[in-house]
Write a protein that binds this ligand. Structure first.
Ligand code: G
Ligand code: MN
Length: 261
């Protein structure tokens, strides 16, 4: 595994996050892929456990961070304000890792311009351990945005939502997928959006795949859309041409919504 990391076989791909109201690309989630010599591009589902077991999560995460900062420098002007969203697993979030992040000048420069969000999954119990509150606070004080990934599927309680320094939630795609067909999921999405907004957090909805889901999530008041309907994860070299196509698609979406009124 280490050999594969050192050979540069792990690459970052980027999935755009779109502001529902302006159509602007406000964020890029960094997702890792293993460009395997025989099997081709592999998703984290196929290798994250191996990485964890080999004790290489920190090495891989820092390699991804470095790659994405470099990629950001080469992006065209349309992405000048775009944030990077970087996934951190709870096992990564140690005192040492936070110290290394805070010593990384290019990362810190981006965070002071509020251009880095760390997404932390709530699927494990990490949020109930007081040590991580301290680590999260250090990141937040230094300007990093903090997001609860896969919101609704894990352990976060209302108390943690208000006490922890998160400023974004990402509603899990399982609820988004079901919201139009099942009133329980719709209620959960609606309630999560309202709650987050009352707590002055921004709301990303994951996994929007259809026009109907776009319209529905926008109407419920979500701020940001991430899903195949707008864009699949892609190499940074493809972002420029995606953006040209997306602008046309966004105009068409607006026109379709107007027509339906
Ligand atoms: O939970 P997290 O934010 O890490 O999820 C990102 C993952 O979700 C990526 O692997 C990405 O490929 C996948 N993904 C993103 N948008 C969609 C979508 O619209 N539908 C589905 N099924 N998966 C998606
Ligand atoms: Mn994520």
């Amino acid at each position: 595994m280490l050999h594969a990391i050192n050979k540069g076989e792990f690459i970052s791909v980027f999935q755009p996050q779109i502001d529902f109201n302006s159509g602007q690309c406000v964020g890029l989630e960094v997702l890792s892929r293993w460009d395997h010599p025989e099997s081709g591009l592999l998703s984290p589902d196929f290798f994250i456990e191996q990485i964890e077991q080999a004790g290489l999560m920190t090495t891989l995460t820092f390699a991804m961070i470095e790659q994405s900062i470099q990629a950001l420098k080469t992006l065209p002007r349309a992405f000048d304000q775009t944030k990077l969203s970087i996934n951190l697993t709870p096992s990564f979030l140690t005192n040492d890792a936070v110290n290394i992040i805070l010593a990384n000048q290019s990362l810190l420069a981006l965070a002071h311009r509020q251009r880095v969000t760390f997404e932390i999954t709530e699927q494990t119990k990490i949020l109930s351990e007081s040590i991580s509150l301290e680590l999260l606070s250090r990141l937040r004080i230094n300007g990093f945005n903090l997001s609860i990934d896969d919101f609704g599927t894990g352990y976060s309680s209302l108390k943690q939502l208000s006490q922890y320094p998160f400023n974004e939630i990402k509603i899990d795609r399982s609820f988004v997928a079901d919201a139009l067909i099942d009133i329980q999921s719709a209620a959960i999405v609606d309630m999560s959006i309202q709650l987050a907004k009352k707590l002055q957090m921004s709301v990303v909805v994951e996994g929007v795949e259809t026009h109907e889901q776009w319209v529905y999530m926008k109407r419920l008041g979500a701020h940001t859309c991430q899903g195949f309907y707008c864009a699949k994860p892609m190499k940074y070299q493809q972002l420029d041409s995606w953006y040209v196509l997306w602008q046309t698609q966004y105009q068409a979406i607006q026109a379709k919504i107007k027509q339906a009124l």
